[in-house]
Design a protein around this ligand. Structure first.
Ligand code: 4AD
Ligand code: MG
Length: 429
């Protein structure tokens, strides 16, 4: 048995394929079967006069998504998108499918989401999943090559990392635990052991945001390095994203075409040279563009959209006011009302895909911040230990996988970027 994806060089060979029927039609003594096997799609043409009765009979009973084993001769077919088709020799049904709920007609989004387990079989969803996989693999490769050690963070945590408002609380025997909002605090510990570390796993936030950018469970790759400052941190992020985008352009070109993705901005992103814009300047620019944002406000989704539309590649917005950012961010020594941080915003209106910063390495200041943010000092004592025993300057960031996939694929909504999205109003399938 062979994958459809590797059939092209096998013209002239008679081979066996397995897969699912995604379409079929017949005209008298000719039967056209459209087969997908998850690696590709091909048309198989059967002539009644050239196949045995069992095969012809099987073909007559086929329904959408029936699973089959077929054999046939691989032929060049310039009119086919893949350049090949197959002359059918035999067809055997593995499992005859019942009436398939998804048809060629337009379905509403809620219907498709209810049938997500089946919707994933469509050409478009397949393409998105392959691109997602490519991005995950490229991210891991990038960090592996740079000697970052993978140290996965726990998902059950005793305390908050990114603020206490959007924590999922779960029963933990006779106690409570919180699902991880970020693996960062643990990475700060592992990077003091291994210098450069990263983690890549699910992250949970009970944000009551019903937007096209928010999931309640999403995947985040986080990286942390000892002795890395914020300028180096941004450089690392830029190199990482350029590498990942180059990889997708190189290896998933067919999938980008399936999605009819205009790749102009992706190509720019692969080149690097991402502008760095100070928060203060971003506010001024936004005001000029008609936003009613004021100094001290966080950038809303609409602001990010307007701002990123001014640039032809990702941008960094740097040095936000202390008050609107997380407790662990290091103040700029020259201007302590601002922190040494950056959000990376994806172009074309997509907005924030990365959040990162240099971390507070001074024990006293960190303890003060924990207090100011009303965080339980006791639960953070292991974290402050990192400053007690050989504190060093260090920085890191987190990239949201689904937001990145959404931008790369040009999706309207983040729900299509993950196999089974978890949203404020959706926990199934
Ligand atoms: O900016 P955030 O909150 O940063 C952190 O969690 C840091 N602790 C990371 C670090 O420095 N190690 O989240 C990082 C990224 C965002 O830029 C976004 O891409 C994604 O995580 N993200 C979400 N993606 C989907 N749905 C949500 N609800 C998300 N919240 C954050
Ligand atoms: Mg953020």
């Amino acid at each position: 048995m062979v994958d459809i994806a590797v059939l092209k060089p096998k013209i002239g060979e008679t081979l066996e394929l397995t897969g699912w029927v995604f379409n079929f039609r017949s005209s008298g003594s000719i039967y056209f079967l459209q087969l997908r096997d998850g690696t590709g799609r091909i048309q198989i043409v059967f002539s009644k006069s050239e196949v045995d009765d069992a095969t012809w009979e099987a073909l007559q009973s086929i329904t959408m998504e029936t699973s089959v084993v077929v054999s046939g001769l691989v032929k060049a077919e310039p009119r086919a998108p893949s350049g090949i088709e197959m002359q059918g020799v035999s067809c055997r049904i593995l499992s005859l499918a019942g009436e398939y709920p998804i048809s060629k007609k337009e379905h509403g989004i809620e219907f498709l989401m209810d049938n997500r387990h089946l919707w994933l079989r469509s050409v478009r969803q397949e393409a998105i999943m392959r691109i997602r996989s490519e991005i995950e693999f490229a991210l891991r490769e990038f960090f592996y090559v740079r000697n970052f050690i993978l140290t996965d963070s726990p998902e059950f945590t005793p305390n908050a990392c990114e603020g206490t408002t959007d924590l999922f609380e779960v029963k933990y025997f006779d106690d409570v635990a919180y699902l991880s909002q970020s693996g960062q605090l643990y990475l700060e510990a592992t990077s003091s052991a291994l210098k450069r570390t990263y983690c890549f796993g699910p992250t949970f936030r009970s944000e009551k945001s019903k937007t096209r950018r928010h999931l309640t469970e999403f995947w985040m790759l986080e990286a942390e390095a000892s002795f890395m400052n914020q300028a180096e941190n941004m450089q690392l992020q830029e190199e990482m994203l350029s590498f990942v985008i180059s990889r997708v352009l190189e290896r998933r070109d067919d999938d980008l075409k399936t999605l009819e993705r205009d790749t102009t901005f992706l190509k720019n992103a692969a080149e690097g040279n991402y502008p760095r814009i100070k928060y203060i300047d971003a506010i001024k620019e936004l005001q000029k563009l008609g936003s009613d944002i004021k100094e001290g406000d966080d950038l809303g989704a609409d602001d990010e959209t307007i701002l990123t539309k001014q640039y032809d590649r990702p941008i960094f917005v740097t040095e936000y006011p202390v008050e609107i950012k997380s407790f662990y961010m290091k103040p700029d020594p020259e201007n302590p009302s601002y922190v040494l941080n950056a959000d990376m915003l994806a172009p074309e209106g997509y907005g924030e895909i990365i959040g990162g910063s240099e971390r507070i390495d001074d024990l006293k200041l960190l303890e003060e911040r924990i207090k100011q943010h009303n965080l339980p000092a006791e639960a953070f004592s292991w974290y402050t230990d990192i400053r007690r025993y050989g504190s060093v300057p260090h920085s890191g960031f987190g990239i949201g996988l689904e937001r990145t996939v959404s931008w790369v694929c040009g999706l309207e909504h983040v729900r299509e970027s993950i196999p089974f999205p978890r949203l404020i109003n959706r926990l199934s399938p």
